[in-house]
Design a protein. Structure first.
Lengths: 325, 325
């Protein structure tokens, strides 16, 4: 059994115990629900691996902060689903659909506080550093969501703006999970920051891959229908890059598809993919992904720690990237 | 100048500096807005007074946690306004009206994180205790809001349930503000807990008074039209007590007015007030208020500290209660 598998079991146990039978039900049932519909628990696992990389004997001390990071992630899902009016998550109705908006708002609030409650259980000596990182990251995730919402109504988004948005919305939390573990594991500042960068860059590569897979992926491997982002005009790296690099006429055609209200799903996907091909956005995205991926691995080497866990983290990053190979 | 006046000035300065010119605007402008529309800053002031009661030289160290408590309070107002669909606050449009729901949700989230960021600036040695208190209180405030929303659709609420709701929704935060200051001021556990109880009980008395003033208050002194709670069927201590104590026929009349859709505002206020009078709820409420008030003062004596600041806290409680004398 890999080290991370043992961690995952502990995480699941704490997660299910947090709100069990807690009153008032109206506040805690939605929390229980969103935690029960799954998720790979990548973030708490990274936190515990980040600790184990430097000191396995301290991993117990980062179990609660690790769970706190997973709670925070699920809080963002819960509130994002209201803001994005998403009706389904992991094939289940979202909280604001199963209950209502006000219940989803308040349960999300409670979940963020529960997250803080768990993170606060970090060893007292590490608490200022752990919380400073957590606070900074949490506010960055909100900023990322704000940029994401703002992009919905804009077309003049540069590639850099998009990358900054996904860095804030997705990547920094992965970095923070690893660094939290590293801090509790007693890593030096340089090492824990290198591990943070490993997580951030791997997260960037992963998110770019997600955009890429939606268009160029293998439907079975990807796990959802191809072209979903194209159908809903999601501002992905591919769309933004194509829009910014296509010549005038092709850009107009792209806009035509973005504005068209009645269309055949497959027609739109095919037409937009053709424009993406003209703009060679697949190559651009893959090149960038590879850059982030190799940079992530460089940071990982620099982070030091034990070979056993570093190998596991390397494998983890490799598996994340393997979906499109 | 009273000690609290100097505190208030410092609080205002930090509050206005927190989100000034911060990007993205869409996230921080609503925060700036809700902080700018006023409020008496009672909570941060209580925090600083709670510290000064034991050690004036440490009050600087609780300025940021004090501001964090005010941010948290304003975060709850922002999200409560969405949940309660309130359109106005302090004579200004609420955030979700001036912007929209999703903006109000996300700005509220950011505000809670900013609150934690400020509270985290408590001296490292006090941090575990301060945060444990803050976490517990924050989750209690959410529980209180959940009970309050739940009560909207129920009539079978006991007086005790109502008191527990206002304790959670309003009183505990006042207690926590004082105790946070006391902890940073170096008070003993017994003293800081006594101060917490002073704040809680004063808060209970204050909230009961607020219910009472809506019906029996002097319009000019109260600052808003009399009978507002009656018109919207707000579940106040008076309504719940009357409903639970009136004989069958009178209770039916009360229900008649609660269910009536078309009515003359003054007719409803007069009719319901007559029923309140029959049930003698004014006496019941005033008796309970006085009990909480005297208990609060007992706790304050027990909390010790310097005479100067204890007197100021006593005066503060007296002024809060003076509105109905």
């Amino acid at each position: 059994m890999k080290y991370s598998d043992a961690c995952r079991q502990q995480i699941e146990e704490v997660l299910t115990s947090i709100v069990k039978n807690r009153q008032p039900e109206g506040l805690y049932k939605p929390v229980e629900y969103i935690l029960s519909i799954g998720g790979k628990r990548i973030r708490p696992m990274l936190c515990m691996l980040g600790c184990a990389l430097y000191d396995k004997s301290k991993v117990d001390q980062c179990l609660y902060p690790a769970v706190g990071l997973e709670l925070f992630h699920n809080f963002t899902l819960l509130h994002d689903d209201i803001m994005d009016a998403s009706e389904m998550r992991r094939n289940k109705p979202t909280v604001h659909i199963k209950w209502d908006d006000r219940t989803a708002i308040l349960s999300g609030d409670a979940m963020m506080i529960l997250a803080y409650q768990m993170v606060t259980r970090a060893p007292a000596g590490n608490l200022p550093k752990v919380l400073e990182l957590f606070n900074r990251t949490a506010i960055e995730v909100c900023e990322g969501q704000q940029y994401d919402m703002y992009f919905e109504s804009r077309m003049d988004i540069s590639g850099d703006e998009y990358l900054e948005m996904i860095r804030l919305k997705t990547a920094v939390l992965l970095g923070a999970c690893l660094q939290t573990g590293a801090i509790i594991g007693g890593a030096s500042d340089q090492a824990s920051e290198a591990l943070y960068k490993f997580g951030c860059d791997a997260g960037m590569a992963f998110q770019l891959q997600d955009d890429w897979l939606d268009v160029y992926g293998d439907e079975e491997k990807f796990g959802k229908p191809i072209g979903g982002d194209i159908v809903i005009n999601k501002k992905t790296f591919l769309l933004i890059t194509a829009y910014n690099s296509l010549p005038e006429a092709a850009r107009k055609e792209l806009l035509y598809w973005l504005e068209k209200k009645d269309f055949d799903r497959q027609d739109k996907i095919d037409a937009v993919r053709n424009l993406y091909d003209d703009a060679k956005v697949s190559d651009t995205a893959r090149l960038l992904m590879d850059q982030y991926y190799s940079r992530a691995l460089e940071h990982l080497e620099y982070a030091g720690g034990t070979d056993e866990i570093r190998l596991e983290l390397k494998e983890f990053a490799y598996q994340m990237m393997d979906r499109f190979r």
